[in-house]
Design a protein around this ligand. Structure first.
Ligand SMILES: Nc1nc2c(ncn2[C@@H]2O[C@H](COP(=O)(O)OP(=O)(O)O)[C@@H](O)[C@H]2O)c(=O)[nH]1
Ligand SMILES: [Mg+2]
Length: 356
């Protein structure tokens, strides 16, 4: 299978404009490069073609959403062979409960009503197929190839506290390693005690290089050193962890802007991708988080974590509707292999699967 998420050769995005940096922002920090050890290292990642168990994991991860969403929909459409428009009120309630959002809900209910009006023989089976198709279409709206062909490519990871940023970095590193990428991690979360150690442990287990600094240090200084180290060492991919922050914490939000500018100082067209990590259990609130973060750093993709912990997997539809960035990756558990690319058709298939 083609690498869905590498931008194809010759499709390079126009480089972003580099911003002039005031001298006062020239960062300095005590950083260290930690090279990977061997003790306790994970076995090499399986080649992508062998990650076939993903559909099963995704299906299991969506169990709670299926319980509240898919099974109820199936119930509605299973009553009679001929589609009965009377079920549309219930369908509307189910879609809203699953956090699909008012826009997609209205559109999909209207679509089924029109189809039923136009065709007296419109069946429940056809209605279910039309609903699945509408979901697929909405979910794949913003899809575009990943912009990670440059060497080094830089991925900035942002999001509020506890959504799974650091864990997602580890999972992504594992996934990219399977494609043969040499990865350097940068511990830009100097705010929360234990964050540096958490990333250090992952870097050792994965066998990735790591640039880290002291707790409380200026994150942009560490990022600056990390960017230079990646260039000097010929790494393919730099992934930058950041502290969790809320939109109310204006100093931390400003810090994110500064980190972004420092990245550009070393590689003007970077970060090539900025992923906002969203906890799927947050539901509709994820949309406002995305809007706020996007004002500080342009978000290029979304990673949804904790799909396994939510009955509101429908929020992906709302995210695809209200935001113009693609959903990139899904996390379905705490394990290192519990993450993969988001693919709309696969997601809908897993959502409507009868059994695991
Ligand atoms: N169930 C589940 N837990 C997750 C997932 N991703 C992350 N977590 C857990 O969420 C918690 C916070 O993760 P962490 O990466 O430290 O969040 P951060 O503060 O954003 O860096 C940890 O206990 C993770 O194991 C996921 O996809 N599913
Ligand atoms: Mg973290």
């Amino acid at each position: 299978m083609a690498l869905l998420w590498w931008r194809k050769q010759g499709e390079a995005k126009p480089a972003g404009e580099a911003q002039a940096e005031p001298a006062a922002e020239q960062p300095k920090a005590q950083t260290s490069v930690v090279t990977p050890g061997h003790a306790g290292r994970l076995a090499p990642p399986p080649p992508p073609a062998e990650r076939a168990s993903w559909l099963a994991r995704l299906t299991t991860g969506l169990t709670r959403t299926r319980g509240r969403f898919t099974d109820q929909i199936r119930g509605l459409f299973g009553v009679s062979q001929k589609f009965d428009p009377a079920v549309l009120d219930d369908l509307e309630a189910i879609l809203l409960q699953a956090d699909v959002g008012p826009k997609a809900t209205t559109d999909m209910v209207d679509l089924l009503r029109r189809r039923a009006e136009a065709d007296p023989a419109f069946s429940s089976e056809q209605a279910l197929a039309a609903l699945k198709e509408a979901l697929r279409e909405r979910l794949s709206r913003n899809l575009q190839p990943l912009n990670l062909d440059a060497v080094p490519s830089v991925v900035l990871i942002v999001g509020v506290n506890g959504v799974g940023k650091t864990t997602t970095i580890a999972k992504l590193a594992r996934l990219f390693q399977a494609y043969g990428k040499r990865i350097l991690l940068v511990s830009g979360d100097t705010f929360r005690a234990g964050a540096i150690e958490q990333l250090t442990v992952w870097s050792q287990r994965l066998g990735c290089e790591l640039v880290r600094g002291e707790a409380g240090a200026d994150p942009s200084a560490i990022v600056f050193d990390g960017m230079n180290a990646a260039r000097a060492r010929g790494c393919d991919l730099v992934m930058i962890d950041t502290a969790g922050r809320l939109h109310t914490q204006s100093n931390l939000m400003d810090e994110l802007g500064k980190v972004n500018r420092v990245i550009k100082k070393v590689v003007p067209e970077a970060p090539h991708e900025t992923f906002l990590i969203l906890d799927a259990t947050t539901g509709q609130n994820a949309i406002s988080q995305a809007k706020v973060f996007n004002e500080m750093v342009p978000i290029t993709g979304l990673c949804l974590t904790k799909i396994d912990g939510t009955a509101k997997g429908g929020v992906l539809v709302a995210l695809a509707d209200y935001l113009e960035v693609p959903i990139r990756f899904l996390g379905v558990g705490e394990g290192i292999d519990d993450l993969d690319n988001f693919r709309a058709d696969e997601f809908v298939e897993a959502l409507f699967r009868m059994e695991n």
